[in-house]
Design a protein around this ligand. Structure first.
Ligand SMILES: [Zn+2]
Ligand SMILES: [Zn+2]
Length: 209
C-alpha cells in the first residue's frame, strides 16, 4: 500500500497519496498547492494519479487541484454540497491573502458510504458536515486510518465560523461517525500531527466521546 502524508500549499494542509504498490496507481487527496513538489514525490514513487479527492472545498485543500488535473488528466472528486465553496475559491483565497487558484469543474460527486477503489486498495467516504456542508472523511479500513480533513484535529476541531459552518453538525459528525470507528484508528487531520480515535474521545476539549 502507498500511504504518503506530507504538508503542502500555503497553509500546510496535509496532502495524501493513497494507492496500490503493485499498480502504482494513487489517489491524491487535498493537494493544497506546491504542485512541483507533489510531482517530484509522485515521480520518486513512480506513481500514476487516477483521481484527485477533496475532504472539502476550502482553498488550502484544493489550491493545486486544477493544475494537477490538467497535467495528469485525473478527475476531481468532491461532495456536492461543497461545490459552491470550490467554485468560489477565489474569494476564499482573498480572505487569506492568497492568489486565486486556477478554475476547473468537479468531475464526480462524493457521497456518504461511497467506496472508491485504487488498484487493490479502497477507501470509504463518510459525510462529516460541520466545518463545511459538504465535508467528508475518508476511512481506509485496511490501514486502520482515517483522513478527516478539517473536521477533527489532535486536541481540536474545525472552525465553524466560515460559510456553511455549524458547530452542532460538526459535533454530531464527530460523535456519530468518527468516534464510532475502532479506537485504535489512526486519525490524519487536515492540518498538524496525527492522533487516534481513542485519544480524541478521551481528551479532545471540544467534543468528547
Ligand atoms: Zn477547511
Ligand atoms: Zn484546512
Amino acid at each position: 500500500m502507498i500511504l504518503d502524508v506530507f504538508p503542502a500549499g500555503p497553509l500546510g494542509a496535509n496532502c495524501v497519496f493513497f494507492g496500490d504498490d503493485a499498480s502504482k496507481e494513487v489517489f491524491v487527496i487535498d493537494p493544497g498547492g506546491d504542485i512541483p513538489m507533489i510531482f517530484a514525490r509522485l515521480a520518486k514513487l513512480g506513481a500514476k494519479v487516477i483521481g484527485i479527492l477533496h475532504t472539502h472545498g476550502h482553498i488550502d485543500h484544493m489550491g493545486g487541484s486544477a493544475e494537477l488535473t490538467e497535467t495528469t488528466g485525473a478527475p476531481l472528486y468532491l461532495h456536492r454540497e461543497d461545490r459552491a465553496l470550490f467554485d468560489n475559491a477565489g474569494a476564499h483565497a482573498m480572505m487569506f491573502g492568497l492568489p486565486p487558484p486556477k478554475r476547473r469543474a468537479i468531475d464526480h460527486d462524493l457521497r456518504d458510504h461511497d467506496i472508491l477503489t485504487v488498484g487493490t486498495e479502497s477507501l470509504t467516504v463518510i459525510h462529516t458536515p460541520g466545518h463545511s456542508r459538504g465535508g467528508v472523511s475518508f476511512y481506509i479500513e485496511s490501514a486502520d486510518t482515517l483522513l478527516c480533513g478539517d473536521t477533527l484535529f489532535a486536541g481540536g476541531v474545525g472552525r465553524t465560523d466560515l460559510p456553511g459552518g455549524d458547530f452542532n453538525a460538526l459535533a454530531n459528525s464527530i460523535r456519530d461517525r468518527l468516534y464510532t470507528l475502532p479506537g485504535h484508528t489512526t486519525v490524519i487531520p487536515g492540518h498538524g500531527p496525527k492522533t487516534t480515535v481513542d485519544r480524541e474521545k478521551r481528551n479532545n476539549p471540544f467534543v468528547r466521546g
